[in-house]
Design a protein around this ligand. Sequence first.
Ligand SMILES: *[C@@H]1O[C@H](CO)[C@@H](O)[C@H](O)[C@H]1NC(C)=O
Ligand SMILES: *[C@@H]1O[C@H](CO)[C@@H](O)[C@H](O)[C@H]1NC(C)=O
Length: 504
Amino acid sequence: FELWMGRSSLFVLNICLFCTCAASPPNFVLLFADDLGFGDLGSYGHPSSLTPNLDRLAAEGLRFTDFYCTSPVCSPSRASLLTGRYQTRSGIYPGVLYPGSIGGLPLNETTIAEVLKPLGYATAAIGKWHLGFGDKGMFLPTKQGFDHFLGIPYSHDMGPCWNLTCFPPDVKCFGTCDLGTVTVPLMQNEVIKQQPVNFLKLEEAYSDFATNFITTSANKKQPFFLYYPSHHTHYPQYAGLGAAGKSLRGPYGDALLEFDNTVGNLLKTLEKTGVIKNTLVFFTSDNGPELMRMSRGGNSGCLKCGKGTTYEGGMREPAIAYWPGTIKPGVTHELASTLDILPTIAGLAGAQLPKVMLDGVDMTEILVNQGKSKRETMIFYPTDPSEMYGLFALRLGKYKAHFYTRGATHSSTTPDSDCSVFAVLKPHDPPLIFDLEADPSENYPLTLKGKPDLQNLLEKIKNVKNQFEASMVFGESQISKGTNPNLAPCCNPQCSPKPSCCHC
Ligand SMILES: *[C@@H]1O[C@H](CO)[C@@H](O)[C@H](O)[C@H]1NC(C)=O
Ligand SMILES: *[C@@H]1O[C@H](CO)[C@@H](O)[C@H](O)[C@H]1NC(C)=O
């Protein structure tokens, strides 16, 4: 059937998946790392990371070199991943949500889980949500199309981090976590299962829950969508017993190894239950590495700066698509984004697209035929997008134009002074333009003067920018609604004094 299946016969492919696999649409496993940079995986060139399972996905699947998230920080990036829309539309800006945040991902946004539900998919979110908790948990995953949720509603440093930053042989602890808020809860669906969460057993709980979910769905022959946004490798980097001290790279390496072990468990489960050939596994990360953690933070490889910035290191991410029998091993240099995951999943499952303005495009052609991307442009919004400034940078084909640059606290401490928090907002007119294929590190801006070709390029970039900005309707900011400490998850809601009494 490969012979007569033309390059563009994706429709035919869909039909065949249905008829050869007894009317079973594909399963989806979406693995999402946290603050993991372009240079952090063994398969992306890190010399001391131990990521055998992710590396196996890369070797036997399709590895992207030009894949982007939509924001250099957590919550907005996650909103785009799950909705296929820039965060400016859904209102998940500026910055991130906190325990007690009043807002969250608006319930009228359609997530990947909600796209798949009408087709009878079982859906689960396991790990770090970070798209809101709200009044009585009104923004939890179970309100956004997920049948099951096991996880932490926000980042695991948004509460005391006990001794997680203290690692032998260093006696000194490295950094602190947020104080003055509730201890970090582990939720199951809408109920607090543990507060504080047992950090050292957390990965095991996730791995077991995910294994059960896959096994149960496969046994019932129900198609499934597993979304696993891990708390690894966000600060504080640590690992439970299975991985602590086992990497060559210290706490960051241990956290990554612990995540990788779970990836291995999930792959084994997919094999054992016989669904691996009918499952698309996709891996990427929410934003670039938090370089301010120095040798305990992630690594953006050859890319400039990291988390918090709109340089490549803040937003270009490793990405791997694995689907034995359907995706051939290889590397693609096509432009793609987390925005494209929703339309791709919808296309592969035969689901209806949400009737909203989508920013994603279907990338099935890249996955299945190593074909061309439908995406020509990538927009770089800062952590605090506004209509006044608009986008900070824009990639068109191999060129990237910076209209504004700025460093970030999250990327401070590197020798490159452009990354530091002291590199204040700088407008560029004409924009700084880089050829990312020749200069992925954004070291050498092109000289436009006296070069008619580049003048034409500049005009084209400006047109694309104007067109994009004319199409952008900013949603009401959910994060500017602020916080109310009484909304923070508490296992003992009537207790006092808060937050310390929220301890069960
Ligand atoms: C959701 O509701 C808000 C408030 O009514 C509205 O502004 C927004 O456009 C809606 N979003 C979608 C995706 O329908
Ligand atoms: C933190 O303390 C607990 C309990 O004392 C201990 O079991 C654990 O190994 C410690 N973790 C680290 C990372 O030092």
